[in-house]
Design a binder for this molecule. Structure first.
Ligand SMILES: Nc1nc2c(ncn2[C@@H]2O[C@H](COP(=O)(O)OP(=O)(O)OP(=O)(O)O)[C@@H](O)[C@H]2O)c(=O)[nH]1
Ligand SMILES: [Mg+2]
Ligand SMILES: [Zn+2]
Length: 326
């Protein structure tokens, strides 16, 4: 039997085949059956951005190499037990959100930022369509800057294009393997069209998007002329963290983590305990209400999952989550 062949890079996953770059050429290959047999907490056996090995014949994907990072969420339609890996082996997350049409959704963005923080992947919030509502853009930029998040305000199309911040996105893209993630219609593909020379991604009409139709339907990894890679993804409607402990959450919100040492109780979860520095900062408007609300929602979720009844219902499946010791 031949030895396993060289590693390939997963560019896109269709229903039956996977698009893989091997030695600079794009090939479409099926997945070997054994990939589906392994018991795992992941919805699919591989993700865009994975490095894979082919079988001895060189005609099918046989195994997936360990990842350096991944952006994953609780799989929306599959209940609590499965994770959906949206992007593998990435070094940067661009959380893209329009300030208007569709409206900014703090819960979604806070989920993406927390998931990136959990994996220790640097993230940037890209506020799009600032031409439509400049004041809203300023408001959200302030909320996230005060939370310690890097924010760029962007207009990707027409006369009002923001050349300086688009240049900043371009710079980030060239230095990283980035994933672009956000609501459908947020302007992810438009952003890439504006900054990646030669790429012509399909972009949507808002009336289609309002009917629930995504324009981008597959995650696609694009190699960039001048270095770097970027993954354009279909819109996500929600972003719930996968198996994150109640004590871990506070470390995923920099503005909360910073105040922990000032809370009266070491075990403070900032949900009504006495002498809580987070609550004081909230009252003083130093922490944004929307950020705190996102934290509380995640906390309720985590606490519910930690109830003994929920734990035993899950049996052993829970052990598969990637956790980092603190
Ligand atoms: N005014 C304005 N419109 C924008 C801007 N960016 C994108 N749009 C418009 O918003 C609509 C949706 O843009 P897309 O780039 O397709 O959005 P998407 O996030 O890729 O959507 P999905 O592929 O469905 O996830 C298009 O009609 C764009 O022309 C912007 O900065 N300003
Ligand atoms: Mg798109
Ligand atoms: Zn506290």
């Amino acid at each position: 039997m031949n030895p396993p062949s060289a590693a390939g890079l997963v560019l896109r996953i269709d229903a039956k085949v996977c698009h893989v770059e091997i030695d600079g050429a794009r090939r479409q290959l099926p997945l070997a059956g054994k990939l589906f047999e392994e018991k795992t907490h992941e919805k699919r056996p591989l993700a865009v951005g994975d490095q894979v090995m082919l079988d001895g014949s060189g005609q099918a994907i046989d195994s997936v190499l360990p990842r350096s990072s991944q952006l994953h969420r609780r799989a929306a339609a599959e209940g609590e037990e499965l994770a959906q890996v949206l992007a593998a082996n990435i070094t940067h997350v661009l959380a893209v959100a329009s300030v208007k049409t569709p409206p900014f959704q703090p819960e979604l963005i806070d989920g993406v930022l927390a998931a990136a923080a959990r994996e220790q992947i640097p993230a940037t919030l890209v506020l799009t369509k600032v031409d439509v509502a400049p004041q809203l853009a300023v408001k959200w930029a302030e909320v996230y800057a005060s939370a310690g998040v890097r924010v760029l305000q962007i207009c990707s199309v027409g006369e009002a294009r923001t050349d300086d911040t688009l240049a900043e996105v371009e710079r980030l893209l060239h230095q990283n393997r980035s994933v672009v993630i956000g609501l459908s219609g947020a302007g992810k593909s438009s952003l890439l069209n504006a900054v990646v020379p030669g790429v012509q991604l399909r972009t949507g009409h808002l009336n289609h998007i309002q009917q629930g139709r995504h324009t981008t339907t597959h995650t696609e990894l694009l190699p960039l002329p001048g270095g770097g890679h970027v993954l354009d993804t279909p819109g996500v409607r929600n972003f719930h963290l996968f198996h994150t402990g109640s004590q871990e959450l506070q470390f995923l919100f920099p503005e909360i983590a910073k105040r922990l040492p000032l809370c009266g109780f070491r075990s403070c979860l900032h949900d009504g305990e006495e002498d809580c520095a987070v609550k004081r900062a909230l009252a003083a408007e130093e922490i944004a209400e929307t950020r705190y609300a996102s934290y509380l929602r995640m906390l309720q979720d985590a606490l519910a999952a930690e109830q003994p009844a929920a734990k035993s219902a899950r049996g052993t499946a829970r052990g598969g989550g990637r956790r980092r010791p603190r």
